[in-house]
Design a protein around this ligand. Sequence first.
Ligand SMILES: Nc1nc2c(ncn2[C@@H]2O[C@H](COP(=O)(O)OP(=O)(O)OP(=O)(O)O)[C@@H](O)[C@H]2O)c(=O)[nH]1
Ligand SMILES: [Mg+2]
Length: 317
Amino acid sequence: MSQIYKRYVHKSTALIQNIVANTKTTTLVTQLSVEKAKKKVLKAAFKKKPNSWPKERSPNWLELNDAFNIHYGKPTDSDINKVNRFFNKAKVEFEWCAASFDDIPGRKPKTSFPNVEPDNDILSKNEREITSINTLPEVIFLGGTNVGKSSILNNITTSRVSKDLGSLARVSKTTGFTKTLNCYNVGNKLRMIDSPGYGFSSSKEQGKITLQYLLEREQLVRCFLLLAGDKDINSTDNMMIRYIHEHGVPFEVVFTKMDKVRDLDKFKKKVTSSGLMDLPTLPRLILTNSITSSTSPKRFGIDLLRYTIFQSCGLIS
Ligand SMILES: Nc1nc2c(ncn2[C@@H]2O[C@H](COP(=O)(O)OP(=O)(O)OP(=O)(O)O)[C@@H](O)[C@H]2O)c(=O)[nH]1
Ligand SMILES: [Mg+2]
């Protein structure tokens, strides 16, 4: 039992003794009210200071991150610190949204002048600017509707010490909330793209732009496929995995909502039987929670995700 738990159990017992001492008819203090009082004190304690929970309360799924990524070895502490420093401090700017592939800035000048370099005089100043914004590496977050794509983007760009997520990308309980590709420039070193989810509440147009982006976007260096840790991998997820694998799109897998996973053995079985670990490209499997809760008091897994993004953009060896 952790120290903090002991402290509050002790506190609740003292509280109950106090109630008993002050109650003339002690028979009124039933076993039920004792339990109720204990629960109340514990609940209040955990609600008040979730960040002060001792280390041993880290979720038990954390060690799976290492086990699943055994081929890669662990990034060093100094690399993780370097990457965290970058994401904690980087200025993040929303740059564009696109409902069709040709809406992406830089696409049109390129289409009009296919063999022209961005700095060529044939392009107007505006076209030069638009064309030259294409030079940063891009990563995209892909996944079913409501899996947590927009949340993970906020998670990555929120300072590590903050408990609550920033609100750069709009998050909603409404399934199918993100309808366009949305691009965010991170510290002028890389771009992250939020995408509309596939499956329930999605549309053909949304699917089309995402798939076209995956196949045709030259700046795309890595796709992060998000799967909900607390749900089964469904047939649409499997179709997407097959699609990106067969088209040679480099990808990693991010399991979201790990704070909602209750049965870890079932989760492990789901992952091992999914075939993800047998793919020849050996995608990393990164386990995360973007929302803090009693089982995951911090935002776990984000270090490895940030590191993998940094690495895929060639910003760290
Ligand atoms: N418990 C828990 N909830 C999460 C987590 N990540 C996201 N959510 C919740 O899941 C819901 C959907 O999150 P979004 O980030 O909007 O998901 P999305 O994939 O962008 O959804 P669409 O844009 O509709 O495709 C929101 O209510 C989030 O608060 C997580 O790690 N844990
Ligand atoms: Mg979204």
